[in-house]
Design a protein around this ligand. Structure first.
Ligand code: ADP
Ligand code: MG
Length: 586
């Protein structure tokens, strides 16, 4: 209950100056709903005249009823205008706050939570908030006004009938409040929403995984998780529905019971001979207006269900806002040189049970080229992400030129380190714009030069508008390897002293591989520090040091030659690689 009370202030915190509009809309809609009750008074007057056989003023009453109904609608629209103005502003501010916060989070965060999920959260929470504030909240104020007005109308003509009608309604209300909006249901609703969330996430993952599933025939595994989430959802929906069955029946019966009670009263009064024209008039009248109570109550009930959805949305928003942004140091320290060193670094992903990086120490001197190799899931990408501070280390430290990277300003760090991702996805923009992201002031010639050095000439040649082709539109899709080469061009343009490269695993054909190799040699020749994560060992033979990473630890390291002589894990991997190449040639 107390969550609900806090709902409105929480939302209005985003409203700025338009806060007053929300309150105004509630008042105006309340007034419109009171106006809407006036026709009931005229109906009573019409009934009275009909029973008395006086037809002279019926038409007048009828028109008055219409006039009030129209006035109520006009006022209602005025109220909605206010509520919309406020709702749009609040939703927009909420979205801005969220996006700004997300921008300040560790870059790795989006990966961990799933960027699709975050987008869905932002979109859905702001959307439900918008609907709630624009329609549901003022309507709720209107419903309370209606209830109040109806209560007055009930006692206006015959207090006994009024009391009976209100009594059954009050019983229905008690049932509704105690059984249907209690804390148990709220918890269930939360679990239900979680199941719904899980299901849509799995659906996205499932669709995204179809290429992999098709290539590797992993259908059973991937389908299992999707199916499990659907089963889970189904379980909750059924449990939720079954739980509501009894209270809903009781409530519906009670809310519609006033007819039965009124008839009972009539029979009772009739026994005493007290049924006259006036009594009949009131009876008819009460039979006409009581359904209005049931309708209003029903709407009120669904309003509180919507509130739960908004509370859930606010809860998610709060969870995103609660994630700490990467701190920017208060006093700036400039590293002396670009020697990168990891000291006993450990890192555990949020909510993961074990360390993805479990005590890694290494150092790279300026201009050196090192390679990280090892089995998939060993922790290579994570180690590299930590170097660029996509996450902060859990334990240990990473230093650049002797300064802990947590004490270097983000911008300064980004000026020194750039990263080519394993799956570098390009933006839906021209190649020129995509590469220019590395250095927005670059001229067209500089961009072309970078593309040339990154061995992208063949890509430009095959695209209809060359460098001005928009990627991702019909007929202009690039392969994973090609996209990565464009990403390398971007990094070349950015021209940072340290470059981290996570080699693309899939889709890289031998031709592409050779070109990527050439692009690397270019960078190495330019004196860059290169840290590369290699999946094809041919890329690493020339490295100053090769680190084999398994289970988050360095299991061995040395030059290609030294490691081969040692005859350990690397030698075995190399043997395997050589075999596979031979096999390919056959
Ligand atoms: P590699 O690049 O060597 O294949 P990763 O660094 O990607 O390995 O992964 C190391 C470990 O961390 C794996 O067990 C993987 O499941 C886990 N992991 C990777 N990314 C995430 C993430 N975003 N959230 C949770 N665990 C992750
Ligand atoms: Mg990886």
């Amino acid at each position: 209950m107390d969550k609900k009370e806090k709902l409105l202030p929480q939302l209005l915190a985003y409203a700025g100056k338009r806060k007053v509009l929300t309150y105004l809309s509630m008042v105006i809609v309340g007034i419109s709903q009171l106006l809407a009750l006036a026709p009931f008074l005229y109906i009573w007057a019409i009934l009275r005249d009909v029973i008395a056989g006086d037809n002279s003023r019926i038409a007048h009453y009828g028109w008055m009823a219409v006039a009030f109904a129209v006035a109520s609608i006009v006022v209602y629209f005025g109220g909605l205008m206010c509520s919309h103005l406020a709702a749009f502003r609040i939703a927009a501010n909420m979205r801005k706050t969220l996006m700004r916060h997300i921008m300040s989070l560790p870059i790795g965060f989006l990966d961990t939570l799933g960027s699709g999920k975050v987008r869905k959260w932002v979109q859905e929470s702001t959307q439900s908030t918008e609907t709630y504030l624009a329609h549901q909240l003022p309507d709720k104020a209107g419903m309370y006004a209606t209830m109040l007005g109806l209560a007055v109308l009930m006692f206006l003509f015959d207090w006994r009938m009024g009391l009976l009608c209100l009594g059954t309604v009050a019983l229905a209300l008690i049932v509704m409040v105690s059984l249907m909006t209690g804390p148990t249901l709220k918890r269930k609703m939360g679990e239900y929403n979680k199941a719904l969330d899980a299901m849509s996430n799995e659906a996205v993952e499932y669709v995204r995984g179809i290429p992999v599933v098709k290539t590797f025939g992993q259908s059973v595994f991937s389908f299992k998780r999707f199916k499990a989430s659907i089963d889970q959802y189904q379980k909750w929906v059924i449990a939720y529905t079954l739980d509501l069955r009894m209270p809903m029946t009781l409530y519906t019966t009670l809310v519609n019971a006033s007819f039965a009670v009124l008839i009972g009263l009539t029979l009772f009064v009739a026994k005493g001979g007290g049924v006259d024209g006036h009594f009949l008039l009131n009876l008819l009248y009460y039979i006409i207006i009581t359904p209005a109570i049931a309708v209003t109550l029903n709407r009120l009930m669904f309003a509180s269900e919507n509130e739960m959805i908004v509370a859930e949305a606010l809860d998610k928003t709060g969870r995103i806002l609660a994630i700490d942004p990467l701190s920017d140091p208060s006093e700036e320290k400039l590293p002396d040189d670009n020697e990168l060193a990891l000291q006993d670094v450990r890192f555990c992903y949020p909510e993961a049970s074990r360390f993805a990086v479990d005590g890694v120490s290494l150092s790279v001197k300026p201009g050196q080229k090192i390679a990280l190799v090892g089995p998939s899931g060993g922790g290579k990408t994570t180690t590299a992400s930590l170097m660029a501070r996509f996450f902060d280390v859990t334990e240990g430290a990473i230093t650049l030129g002797g300064v802990d990277i947590r004490h270097i300003r983000k911008q300064e760090l980004m000026n020194r380190i750039s990263f080519v991702f394993q799956d570098s996805r390009l933006l839906k923009a021209t190649i020129l714009e995509n590469v220019r992201l590395g250095w927005p002031e670059a001229t067209r010639e500089e961009v072309l030069d970078a593309l040339h050095r990154a061995q992208c000439n063949d890509i430009l040649a095959k695209l209809p508008q060359g460098i001005d082709t928009v990627i991702g539109t019909k007929g202009t899709y690039l392969s994973g390897g090609e996209q990565q080469r464009v990403a390398i061009a971007r990094v070349m343009l950015k021209n940072t002293p340290i470059v981290i490269l996570d080699e693309a695993t899939a889709f890289a054909d031998p031709d592409n591989e050779t070109r990527v190799q050439q692009a690397f040699s270019e960078m190495a020749a330019a004196g860059k520090t290169l840290i590369m994560i290699a999946h094809r060992l041919s890329s690493v033979t020339g490295a100053d040091c090769i680190y084999v990473i398994e289970n988050g630890r360095i299991s061995e390291n040395g030059t290609h030659k030294a490691l081969l002589e040692k005859g350990g894990k690397y030698a075995a991997m190399w043997q395997q690689y050589v075999e596979s190449v031979k096999w390919n040639i056959k």
